[in-house]
Design a protein around this ligand. Structure first.
Ligand SMILES: NC(=O)c1ccc[n+]([C@@H]2O[C@H](COP(=O)([O-])OP(=O)(O)OC[C@H]3O[C@@H](n4cnc5c(N)ncnc54)[C@H](OP(=O)(O)O)[C@@H]3O)[C@@H](O)[C@H]2O)c1
Length: 255
């Protein structure tokens, strides 16, 4: 798929992978609109890249989503909807009664899963009407194998991965040309993973792989360790589980 001249909406584009994506899509000649909940982050992104269009909007909020849609219509519409906004919650042992577990799960599901469905449903007719268009859903290496330290987050990404696969097929059945990409990042160095000391990929490397995948119409884009873990999880599921969850993390889950 060509990127040059396309208009792309990146949710959660004010920081991390989203901001790096904005930078690289602009460099590819796309028009870029970003959203986020925090106006200060959006202002800083606009200061860095003056050609960006920034719109404060929370994917969890149905009213925000409708207002966002109307603003995008007034700007001439989009060709690519890139669902990047996502959140994770601090580790909790699911076996210890704690009402925070459900609160975290609802928060993560509302943003990582329902937020994507909300926007896709609003924008699908617009995307179908464009000559060449796409949806990019950001799942995770943890959609393949759950992390004990991020159990409900992993579940949101598996839900999103299944949704993404069926969305792609449903559009194909309709004879639609909307392309559906799934991006599976490994551990990437952003605010979300600031507390983790493991090996991390840079957002720059990840987004390069994303753009290369889009240009080749490679609909499932597994990057770095996500590629390796995919094959290990198919043939050696226990090994894959232990790679994601080494015994050294058990101590932190005992309280
Ligand atoms: N970093 C990793 O290792 C990794 C690995 C696999 C997958 N991912 C996925 O990659 C995506 C980007 O993650 P990241 O690492 O770049 O995280 P990040 O640095 O925490 O950035 C997330 C962005 O999403 C925005 N956001 C969060 N909730 C939102 C909402 N309700 N509405 C609109 N914007 C919202 C945040 O801005 P505001 O707070 O201003 O709203 C922020 O700009 C996420 O979907 C994440 O799950 C990340």
């Amino acid at each position: 798929m060509d990127i040059k001249g396309k208009t792309i909406l990146i949710t959660g584009g004010g920081s991390g992978i989203g901001l790096e994506s904005a930078r690289q899509f602009l460099a590819e000649g796309a028009n870029v609109i970003i959203t986020g909940r925090n106006q200060a982050k959006l202002d800083e992104a606009k200061r860095l890249f003056s050609s960006l269009t920034v719109i404060k909007s929370d994917v969890e909020n149905p009213e925000d989503a409708k207002v966002l849609f109307e603003k995008v219509v007034s700007l001439g519409g989009i060709d690519i909807l890139y669902n990047n906004a996502g959140v994770g919650s601090p580790a909790l042992n699911l076996g210890i009664a704690n009402e925070q577990i459900l609160k975290n799960a609802i928060y993560e599901m509302n943003i990582n899963y329902f937020g994507v469905i909300r926007l896709n449903t609003l924008f699908i007719d617009m995307l179908k009407s464009r000559t060449e268009s796409a949806i990019i859903n950001t799942t995770s290496i943890l959609s393949l194998v759950p992390a004990l330290e991020e159990p409900t987050y992993s579940a949101t990404k598996t839900a999103l991965s299944f949704y993404t696969k069926t969305l792609r097929k449903n559009l194909e059945i309709l004879g639609s040309n909307v392309k559906v990409f799934e991006l599976l990042p490994p551990l990437v160095a952003t605010e979300m993973t600031a507390q983790r000391n493991d090996k991390k990929m840079t957002p720059e490397q990840l987004v390069k792989a994303l753009i290369s995948g889009i240009k080749k119409d490679q609909f499932t884009i597994r990057v770095g360790d996500a590629k390796l873990l995919y094959f290990v999880s198919r043939f050696f599921p226990k090994l894959a589980f232990n790679l994601v969850n080494p015994k050294k993390i058990y101590a932190s889950l005992k309280q």
